[in-house]
Write a protein that binds this ligand. Structure first.
Ligand code: AMP
Length: 111
């Protein structure tokens, strides 16, 4: 069964798009945890960071740099997170990077 992000890629459910290219998509998180909360995903179905190969990582790296530039966050700063599996708290089984910013973020004990 397709994950919700695959449905977003296929245009079956809407998203608030930030940037897109042939390989990657960036859109605003539906439940933001910071004033700016954007998700970056590969269009290829990759479950999580464990499954990521260097070719896709390279595509995601260039795209993520473009998104950060586009959002004007390069100098202001941001946090980049990917959750993996049960202990990481991953809810959607399609690799994604969270970009969090727009305020000075706290760093609290998480468990
Ligand atoms: P994770 O817990 O790392 O798997 O993060 C999944 C993220 O996807 C959460 O922050 C959700 O708020 C977000 N999310 C789930 N469904 C949607 C959606 N339809 N559009 C945008 N973000 C979503």
């Amino acid at each position: 069964m397709s994950s919700i992000f695959k449905k977003i890629i296929d245009g079956e459910i809407p998203c608030k798009k930030v940037l897109e290219n042939e390989k990657c998509l960036a859109f605003y998180d539906i439940n933001p945890q910071a004033p700016i909360h954007v998700l970056i995903i590969p269009k290829k179905e990759i479950k999580d960071f464990n499954q990521l190969d260097s070719q896709s990582m390279s595509e995601l790296l260039d795209f993520t740099h473009q998104v950060i530039e586009h959002l004007g966050l390069k100098d202001k700063g941001y946090r980049l997170i990917t959750n993996v599996g049960e202990y990481g708290g991953q809810e959607v089984p399609h690799l994604h990077f969270h970009i969090l910013s727009g305020a000075k973020l706290k760093w609290e004990k998480l468990a």
